[in-house]
Design a protein around this ligand. Structure first.
Ligand SMILES: [Zn+2]
Length: 363
């Protein structure tokens, strides 16, 4: 496998889901299997997980009826039960609630944003190394969504999950994300799920309406969202069950890892992943030293850094860890908001090349 498979989803929300489900049956089944094992390892049995997904499904219908329709379409197209597809779509809430005791954290992810004044071509960029369980690299796909009445967008998602986490829409709004953990994660699981919010960001026409789904209601679990706009704007929203915090670029550069940079929240991920404390700072340093002349080659080189390997931001499997706690960079993503292009790798960026996906047709 050399790159992530690109698929165009068009028609109604339901029809988009059907195409998604029909195209990626095997990947969706693999994804469900990987997550059920992971949930079980973290003390959440299958029955509890299915009940949580079942309870959340009617609420997703209320919060975002079209998301629920697309989810049902994936079930129809793949021939897999709607509860299991719902389970994938709330997998962030299931796992991160289990992490909130501070003992189970497994993640990674180092993200960035670059304003036009620091880039060689004066474009605005966002991107990240997305670090997660190794088998999930095989279920990552690039969906290009062309639905009536919502902006077209291109995003990396996991097969079976409607909302892409790293993406760009036709209005130049882009998104990348990081996992965060704080003590009240999961106390109230019946809040709008992470992946639904990601989809709503990429369906926004303006930057203020892209921010709204992240800040207008409290989150079930903590997470970080880096939003960018092609016209030269970047805002980082650190969400938690107690409310959002904000971080803005400094000297045209923004970076973020897996701990809260805003002082208002108790941050838990670094207790298990202390490497988060150097990853964002180190990426900032690698980018800032080329300020005014940063191009995609500079970014790719920065994202391949191995300081602290395997706990580097080009992340590699740590064989000393339990298999369920091992992570690697499953994909490295660079989004040129000005050009509406998304470049992504399959696996750690030091070992592979970036494929370019252009909104409006694969390059
Ligand atoms: Zn590497």
């Amino acid at each position: 496998m050399t790159g992530l498979t690109h698929v165009t989803l068009s028609g109604t929300a339901y029809e988009c889901g059907v195409i998604h489900g029909e195209t990626f049956v095997d990947e969706i089944q693999q994804n469900i299997s990987v997550y059920l094992d992971k949930f079980a390892y973290h003390g959440v049995d299958k029955q509890t997980t299915r009940e949580q997904a079942s309870d959340l499904l009617p609420r997703i219908q209320e919060w975002n009826p079209e998301y629920a329709e697309e989810l049902r379409g994936i079930a129809e197209g793949s021939g897999i039960s709607v509860i299991e597809i719902a389970l994938l779509n709330v997998r962030y809430e299931v796992l991160y609630a289990a992490y909130s005791d501070g003992s189970l954290g497994v993640d990674g992810c180092t993200s960035f944003g670059l304003l036009p004044e620091v880039t060689a071509d004066h474009h605005t960029y966002v991107g990240q190394n997305w670090d997660w369980a190794e088998p999930i690299a095989n279920t990552l796909i690039v969906t290009e969504v062309h639905r009536d009445n919502v902006p077209n967008h291109l995003a990396v998602t996991e097969a079976g999950i409607v909302g892409g986490k790293m993406g760009i829409n036709e209005h130049g709004i882009g998104l990348v994300v990081n996992g965060l953990v704080s003590p009240n994660d999961g106390d109230d699981p019946f809040r709008k799920p992470f992946h639904v919010r990601c989809r709503e960001v990429l369906e926004a026409e303006r930057f203020d309406t892209a921010l709204k789904p992240l800040v207008a209601s409290l989150h079930a679990c903590s997470s970080n969202f880096v939003l960018g706009h092609a016209d030269g704007e970047i805002i980082d929203v650190e969400a938690s069950p107690n409310g959002p915090g904000y971080v803005y670029p400094r000297n045209g550069v923004h970076t973020h890892a897996n701990h809260f940079a805003n002082n208002g929240f108790e941050s838990c991920m670094e207790r298990q992943l202390p490497d988060t404390l150097y990853r964002a700072r180190r990426l900032r340093q690698a980018l800032e030293q080329h300020s005014g002349d940063i191009d995609p080659a500079t970014i790719k080189s920065a994202l391949s850094d191995h300081f602290g390997r395997p706990a580097s931001f080009c992340r590699h499997i740590d064989k000393n860890k339990h298999p369920q706690k091992r992570t690697q960079t499953d994909t490295s993503v660079i989004i040129d908001l000005t050009e509406r292009t998304l470049c992504a790798t399959y696996g750690p960026p030091c070992e592979t090349t970036y494929n370019t996906y252009q909104l409006g047709g694969a390059a």
